[in-house]
Design a protein around this ligand. Structure first.
Ligand code: HPA
Length: 238
């Protein structure tokens, strides 16, 4: 057991999907994995291991925001030997050519979080980026699935409810596609411990138009993203 994950060594696969919502982890395990078993319920942050097309895969809830996602990323890599982490989640779009249900792969993640400012003493604006191999695989997988995958930079924000929407406009001017709340921390910690990480997101709301997905749209949109995440996770497995 690690501090926040109630699994034994060996219970967690080398390849992990990381949804923020633990109930989404359960839904993914029940819907897409064979022989899935729950290995942790600590703090209600459920994790499951099963197989997908014969390859062992785990799905672990990471919670909301970078402090929570950092804890799970750190323990998965350092206590359970996880090598590939694929965050799957939702985002609010900034780019005007994005629509509800569109799927994004985050090539890089700008952030307003203080975590890396502390880490680098405020002397360097570290650039958290996706693992190139996972990103390339995800692009190939999406093409095979016939799902359009928009690759670009995103913002990992500390606050869901912002007082500074003007900053979002400026970021959009610089090509930032969308906002979520975990990717920068996951990319940074994966880099620190030489693991591979990627973030794939479905647009659940549009911050400029005010559009929001309903629950049917969410489930369908999420399935396309989960399939890309799983096929990317197992690529190259023997
Ligand atoms: N902000 C941050 N995270 C999100 C959003 C948002 O608007 N939508 C979905 N995840």
């Amino acid at each position: 057991m690690s501090v926040h994950i109630g699994a034994q060594p060996g219970d967690i696969a080398e390849r992990v999907l990381l949804p923020g919502d633990p109930m989404r982890a359960k839904w993914i395990a029940e819907t897409f994995l064979q022989d899935a078993k729950c290995y942790t319920q600590v703090r209600g942050m459920l994790g499951f291991t099963g197989t997908y097309q014969g390859v062992r895969v785990s799905v672990q809830g990471s919670g909301m925001g970078m402090p929570s996602a950092s804890i799970y990323t750190h323990e998965l890599i350092n206590e359970y030997g996880v090598r590939s982490l694929i965050r799957i989640g939702s985002c609010g779009a900034l780019a005007m050519d994005l629509q509800l249900g569109d799927v994004i792969a985050a090539i890089g993640s700008a952030t307003d979080s203080n975590m890396n400012r502390t880490r680098f003493d405020g002397l360097v604006d570290y650039a958290p980026v996706a693992d190139f191999g996972l990103l390339r695989t995800a692009a190939e997988v999406a093409e095979r699935h016939g799902t359009a995958l928009r690759v670009g930079p995103i913002l990992a924000a500390d606050a869901f409810y912002t007082d500074r929407p003007d900053l979002y406009d400026t970021l959009a001017d610089y090509g930032v596609l969308a906002v979520e709340m975990e990717s920068a921390a996951i990319y940074t910690i994966a880099a620190r411990y030489r693991a591979r990480a990627l973030t794939i997101l479905t647009v659940s709301d549009h911050l400029k138009t005010g559009d929001k997905m309903d629950s049917a749209q969410r489930e369908q949109g999420f399935s396309a993203m989960v399939r890309i995440g799983l096929d990317t996770a197992i690529a190259g497995a023997a």
